[in-house]
Design a protein around this ligand. Structure first.
Ligand code: TPP
Ligand code: DXP
Ligand code: MG
Length: 648
């Protein structure tokens, strides 16, 4: 067993390549076993095994910074940097994070799980390094082909190229985000046409021509000779410049013939590849050469990997190569991922809406499966758009579609809509465009940690002029809200936000409509609980618990967070005390808006607002996190008793 001997990257350098290949096999078995126990990211990590080993053999982390875009593919990095024994607690409360964590290790840098950021970090760290005089450490940024479809990546590439920053970019191209990436970069580089845009892994690696070219272009001996020839020619009087031009022209002709200059080189970033991402020897050679060539400026090493490599249930999963997986039986692999709960309700509802209105189109930012849009794509292939990991473009694109007479439904996780805040406000709302935002994973999501909880959407979006913000308390309410949004959007944008996981099922008479709140039960005027979305279920249970001690509670399902229903505000203001509860940030949240409006008509009525704190909330089990924050039945009961009898 080699894995047990690896406690830090230096231990990798004692192994020969046969031992490294054996270690890679052990690591794959370890990751499958670990993820099968706790759930987590699988396909991406299985594809990054050899890449991670080669990086940690060639570069000297943490002196050299090895940074991972998105970070979901950093399990091997964690394994070889001393955290093997912590994987039993992967993504558990207080356990190992599923992403790099600065608290866990000096080898970790970026904790944010939002994609397409790593090149900007690399740029910034290179600038900081270069302000010093003797700092020669390497800045290595690993970015996936999916993350490369995010606009930020191009902003950074542009700056890196023009700034000639000494950064090594490792483009980990497995041809996929969840779905196949918009274009397979390897094919694009060689100008292959569309039908080759997603060649098999083997095809992608065995293109010997570009392979051979890589050797030439990467080999520093070739580069040094080329430079000596250029210097010699330039030194020749008279004929020198012409001869030099002739050599340049010849080289350009060779390059043009063999391989069109890549996108990267057009921006001043040297490109080389593709390299076989599962051949450690080849990877190490490529990285050593890149170190030499990076003296002149940034270089991309294009690495081809296979998502899910080495575990057939992942290799054979056409939808997402087991990008992530729940707890599962490693012998058989997890069952096929199908939408459940609110995601399933959205998947069904948006199809029904589109059947009724042919203006309706659906947009995803590289997450057709997790957002529930795969069935929509099957029903309406020409009305479905996957724009890549490009939320800003998705939203501004939706604005364009709406201006053109379409009715776009934009399906984006709550947390990822943060990326497109500017476009939501000034491209959609400013023009009062009929765009419907369907935000899955709103509220506390759990295992993916601080940058995945969807806790800001209500507080922020309720402040956008003309924006309607709806929060369903059941699957049936979500269906209703999708129907209503299709017409409400005549007057401008609508947001529907709903949580990860199971959805409450209710009878048709327990569903509201439009922008009205729904009174679930009427009390005797003592206490009024106003609940947002999934919190209604806890509010009803709290009311039942309070009834046992003689407190007769009114309960409202808020439904429309913006605008708030005036009838609900007026009724709440007639009570002795009010509790509001939402699974979003309390500061500036819906509860505070309710308190503000009640205060305007009944300033003496106390309002206790429950919500998430203005803090980053670490990963863990969502129910445990919500209980800890008082966002459950007991928390509501406690708040009710306190607001009724503050002296108790
Ligand atoms: C801004 C943003 N949008 C969406 C996601 C969700 N997401 C996580 S990983 C992933 C796919 C990443 O693809 P790639 O960069 O190619 O990495 P791979 O999983 O293929 O290794 C997506 C869309 C995200 N993390 N950040
Ligand atoms: C990094 C990544 O893939 C995230 O988008 C996350 O893992 C999604 O998790 P769920 O789809 O399980 O909410
Ligand atoms: Mg990928």
């Amino acid at each position: 067993m080699y894995l047990e001997r690896i406690n830090e990257p230096a231990d990798l350098r004692a192994l020969d390549h046969d031992e490294l290949d054996a270690l890679a096999g052990e690591i794959r078995d370890f990751i499958v076993a670990a993820v099968s126990e706790t759930g987590g990211h699988l396909g991406s990590n299985l594809g990054a095994v050899e890449l991670s080993l080669a990086l940690h053999r060639v570069f000297d982390s943490p002196t050299d910074a090895i940074m991972w875009d998105t970070g979901h593919q950093a399990y091997v990095h964690k394994l070889v940097t001393g955290r093997r024994t912590q994987f039993e607690q992967l993504r558990q409360e207080g356990g190992l994070s599923g992403y790099p964590s600065r608290e866990e290790s000096r080898h970790d840098h970026i904790e944010n799980s939002h994609a397409s950021t790593v090149l900007s970090y690399a740029y910034g760290m290179a600038v900081a390094r270069d302000t010093g005089t003797d700092d020669h450490r390497h800045i290595v940024a690993v970015i996936g082909d999916g993350a490369m479809t995010g606009g930020m990546a191009y902003e950074a590439i542009n700056n890196l190229g023009h700034g000639k920053r000494r950064v090594i970019i490792v483009l980990n191209d497995n041809g996929r985000s969840y779905a196949p990436t918009v274009s397979n970069l390897a094919a694009n580089v060689q100008g292959a046409d569309e039908h080759e845009a997603h060649p098999s892994f083997t095809d992608r690696v065995t293109d010997k021509l570009s392979h051979a070219l890589t050797d030439i272009r990467l080999n520093p001996v070739y580069v040094r000779r080329q430079r000596r020839l250029e210097d010699f020619l330039a030194s020749l009087p008279a004929v020198g410049p012409q001869a030099e031009k002739a050599v340049e022209g010849f080289k350009a002709g060779v390059r043009e013939f063999l391989q069109p200059p890549s996108f990267f080189e057009a921006l001043g970033v040297r490109y080389t590849g593709p390299v076989d991402g599962h051949n450690i020897d080849e990877l190490e050679q490529a990285f050593h050469n890149a170190i030499e060539l990076s003296a002149e400026g940034p270089i991309v090493v294009h690495v081809l990997t296979q998502k899910g490599r080495g575990y057939s249930p992942a290799e054979d999963d056409d939808e997402k190569h087991l990008h992530d997986a729940p707890v599962f039986d490693p012998m058989t692999g997890p069952p096929k991922a199908v939408p459940t709960g609110y995601t399933q309700a959205f998947a069904e509802g948006v199809i029904k809406a589109a059947e009724r209105d042919d203006r309706i189109v659906a947009i995803t930012a590289a997450m057709p499966g997790p957002t529930g849009l795969l069935p929509f794509q099957e029903h309406f292939p020409k009305r479905f758009f996957d724009v890549g990991i490009a939320e800003q473009h998705a939203v501004a694109g939706a604005a364009g579609m709406a201006m053109g007479g379409l009715r776009p439904f934009v399906a984006i996780y709550s947390t990822f809509l943060s990326r497109a805040w500017d476009q939501v406000v000034y491209d959609v709302a400013l023009h009062r465009l009929p765009v419907v935002f369907c935000l899955d994973r709103a509220g506390i999501t759990g295992p993916d940690g601080a940058s995945h909880h969807g806790v800001y959407d209500m507080a922020l979006l309720s402040k956008v002029p003309g924006m309607r913000v709806l929060a369903p308390s059941s699957a049936q309410e979500l269906h209703q809200m999708i129907d209503d949004a299709a017409t409400l959007s005549d007057d401008g944008p609508v947001v529907i936000r709903y949580p990860r996981g199971s959805a409450r099922q209710v009878a048709d008479d327990q569903v509201g409509s439009g922008l009205s709140a729904r009174q679930v039960q009427a009390g005797d005027g003592t206490l009024c609980i106003l609940a947002v979305g999934r919190m209604l279920e806890f509010a009803e249970k709290a009311a039942a618990a309070l009834a046992e001690s003689g407190i007769d509670t009114t309960v409202w399902d808020v439904r429309s967070c913006a605008p708030l229903d005036p009838a609900m505000i007026t009724d709440a203001a007639t009570h002795r005390a009010i509790v509001t509860v939402e699974d979003g940030v309390r500061d500036g949240g819906i509860g505070m808006m309710i308190a503000d409006q009640v205060g305007a008509i009944a300033p003496a009525v106390p309002v206790a607002s429950l919500g998430t704190p203005t803090q980053f909330i670490p990963h863990g089990d969502p129910k445990t996190i919500m209980a800890r924050l008082g966002l459950d039945t007991d928390g509501i009961v406690l708040a009710a008793r306190a607001v009724l009898d503050p002296d108790v």
